[in-house]
Design a binder for this molecule. Structure first.
Ligand SMILES: [Zn+2]
Length: 128
C-alpha cells in the first residue's frame, strides 16, 4: 500500500504545479489587458499557501484515512482535512475541508455563541 505521507507529498507538489500553471496563464492575461505591475486578480498568495502546506496528523484505519495539514494564506493560519479512501494500492481524496476562517476552527465565538458560518463544527467543506 502506498504510504499516506508519500501520497500527500505528491498531492502537495502537483497542487503547487497546477497553481504555478494557473499563475503563468494569468500573467499572459494580465500583460495583455492591464498596465504593467497592476495585479487586480492576483493568486500569488494562494500558490505560496500551496507550497507551504505541511502534514499535521494522519489517522489511518486501513481502507480510509483522515489527514490534517496546515498552511498560511496571507496572514491567516489555515488547516485542511483530507478524507482518503484506499483505491487498490493507492489513495484517492473523497473530501476536503478547511478550518473555518471566521471562528478560527473553534466553532464558537466569545460567550459560547455557535459560529453561524460553520454551524459550530469549525470546518467548511470545500467541495461536496
Ligand atoms: Zn466557524
Amino acid at each position: 500500500m502506498q504510504r499516506i505521507e508519500d501520497f500527500m507529498h505528491e498531492l502537495f507538489e502537483e497542487h503547487a504545479n497546477v497553481e504555478r500553471a494557473k499563475l503563468a496563464a494569468y500573467r499572459e492575461f494580465r500583460d495583455r489587458f492591464f498596465v504593467e505591475a497592476y495585479e487586480p486578480f492576483n493568486n500569488h498568495e494562494f500558490r505560496h499557501s500551496c507550497e507551504a502546506e505541511k502534514l499535521e496528523s494522519i489517522t489511518d484505519s486501513g481502507a480510509e484515512a483522515v489527514v490534517t495539514t496546515s498552511t498560511v494564506l496571507r496572514s491567516l493560519r489555515l488547516q485542511y482535512r483530507y478524507y482518503l479512501q484506499a483505491r487498490g494500492e493507492k489513495w484517492v481524496v473523497s473530501n476536503v475541508e478547511s478550518s473555518c476562517p471566521i471562528c478560527d476552527g473553534t466553532g464558537r465565538f466569545p460567550h459560547e455563541r455557535q459560529c453561524s458560518h460553520c454551524t459550530g463544527t469549525g470546518w467548511l467543506v470545500l467541495a461536496a
